[in-house]
Design a protein around this ligand. Sequence first.
Ligand SMILES: *Cc1c(COP(=O)(O)O)cnc(C)c1O
Length: 386
Amino acid sequence: MTARKMATTVVRQGIESDSQYGAVLPPIYLSTNYSFADYQTPREFDYSRSGNPTRSILANAIGELEQGCPAVITASGMAAVTLVSSLLGAEDLLVIPHDCYGGSYRLFTHLAQKGQFQLAVVDQTDSQALQQALAAKPKLVWVETPSNPLLRLVDIARLANECQAQGTLLAVDNTFLSPALQQPLLLGADIVVHSTTKYINGHSDVVGGAVIAKDPQIAEQLHWWSNTLGLTAGAFDSYLALRGLRTLALRIEQHQRNAAKIVDLLQGSEQVEKVYYPGLAQHPDHQIALKQQRGFGAMVSFELKGGATQVGAFLGALRYFSLAESLGGVESLVAVPASMTHRAMDAKARANAGIKDTLIRLSVGIEDPQDLVDDITAALAAVAAG
Ligand SMILES: *Cc1c(COP(=O)(O)O)cnc(C)c1O
């Protein structure tokens, strides 16, 4: 029997699993506790923090999509990041990218300050700096590819080889692409992390997370810590995320088609200084994208020519891109990283990271492509009109 394809997994997981009434869709199990068969025999589930049937269906689906063990489903993406950090002891070294998600950066730096583990912050696209960090034999290397907001990439297979050779674990935050476009475990990573808040749920109505391990022993440790720390997600949120996941394959196709059209438009505009998108041949990591991604995703960043006036004119003319943080939902969003997602960084740190005040980040949604193209066209015209 050949393994089923991703679009089938997301639709079929848990379908027809109800033995009570033959419900086609799995019901939500809200009960916090489950009776013992007799006083010495627990059933499959006993208490919903430790295990829940609704959460299990989502865990199995995401585990299969990432080709790993069943996922641990957490109450947020940050709970998923916290869970991975629980694998580290006081003497262990963690290597993180200098441009990782702000919430992860805050968590890692503060846990390190409290002595939970040692920390090295590295520009992972600088191979010399990365080699230096690896030479210190870290316990875990954390990767985010594509990065936020400049969409730089890390060669997962290459780094995984180097990590494996010296017994270092490799964890990849796969939130920006989803398993539909990138499967880090198949490239040699040990652990995958998601904020399911983004593409996996895809409807901007649940905050959630997932951690998937390749090795059953690590999966078991993660499961143990998730229960011990109380990081697991509730049944309602798990149900909603499963409902959102049903259309992942379909959504990603449309997200990418729309993003490609918008990238074309931006590339041809007099008002645009530079476009950041891994699908462009001139993107510094385009070859890595071709090698390890099944598509280029739907996050697009670009710099406008000019300054605050031009940014204001552009944003003011948009109808279909909501000015908001987050990403990966069906609705298109626009953000200005310098004053929104990355405002916690000071001006110097932003300059070091290459984040200009005129940088604009789009999370391209699945609205009609022509409507989105017309919207961006009108906003660029408003910039030109001054
Ligand atoms: C949003 C996000 C997180 C944190 O997830 P929450 O669900 O907001 O807690 C972690 N990593 C990346 C790349 C994200 O985009």
